[in-house]
Design a protein around this ligand. Structure first.
Ligand SMILES: [Zn+2]
Length: 222
């Protein structure tokens, strides 16, 4: 890929974790090796530090057209581990905010202060409003959280089951310490957010005492 082919200006308009048409999942051949799934031509880069096998995708952001419904696995994972803004890609550090859809927030064990799980990396304060416009899953109601505890909790991807006819895949999300992880071809990392404040709720009624109004105005501008 030549650098000239990369439309950097265009890339700047597209969320950091969005996959591009030039980054499709690469064809792979899976085998069972040492009691777990593996790529025939596996290299050290195919697994993370914990030995989890990750989906292979090309890396050429800005080339082709953005696939807004598709998340790039490696950028998603990096954004989670390094707290990079999922929209602009800059490190958020302690100012990381987490935007959860109504569905994600309400599927937690209970309202605040129960921990919540999300596959959506953080956003920086400057990208909150843009995210509300860009992300269709937030339009039906969302919350903005600031969490003091963020830990890897689960991984989603394709879970393979050995059968007489070969490996049978099924989409699954499993805990990151689930022993079945050796049969997973991982695609997205989910984090658990704990000890958090609800700092904004867009179009949602929050029950409990999570709404502290510590930041931002009614339009969600931090
Ligand atoms: Zn940002």
């Amino acid at each position: 890929m030549s650098l000239a082919a990369v439309n950097l200006a265009r890339w700047g308009e597209v969320p950091f974790i969005t996959a591009w048409s030039s980054e499709e999942a690469l064809p792979v051949r899976l085998v069972v090796r040492d009691g777990r799934i593996a790529y025939v031509d596996e290299t050290a880069r195919d697994r993370d530090g914990a030995g989890v096998l990750w989906t292979r995708m090309g890396f050429s952001p800005g080339v082709g057209v953005p696939r807004f419904k598709s998340v790039h696995s490696l950028r998603q994972r990096r954004a989670m581990h390094r707290l990079l803004c999922q929209v602009c890609g800059t490190p958020c550090g302690k100012s990381a905010l987490w935007m959860l859809s109504r569905e994600e927030y309400e599927s937690a064990e209970g309202p605040w202060p129960a921990p919540v799980m999300t596959a959506h990396p953080p956003v920086c304060p400057g990208c909150v409003e843009r995210s509300t416009r860009l992300c269709p899953h937030l339009r039906g109601g969302h919350v903005v959280l600031r969490a003091r505890r963020v830990v890897p909790a689960a991984i989603s991807g394709m879970l393979y089951k050995p059968t007489r006819d070969g490996l049978a895949p099924a989409a699954a999300t499993i805990a990151h310490d689930d022993p079945r992880i050796r049969w997973l071809r991982a695609a997205q990392l989910h984090m658990e957010l704990g000890d958090y404040d609800v700092i904004h709720h867009g179009h949602m009624i929050i029950t409990g005492s999570g709404w502290r109004g510590t930041m931002g105005d009614r339009q969600g501008r931090p």
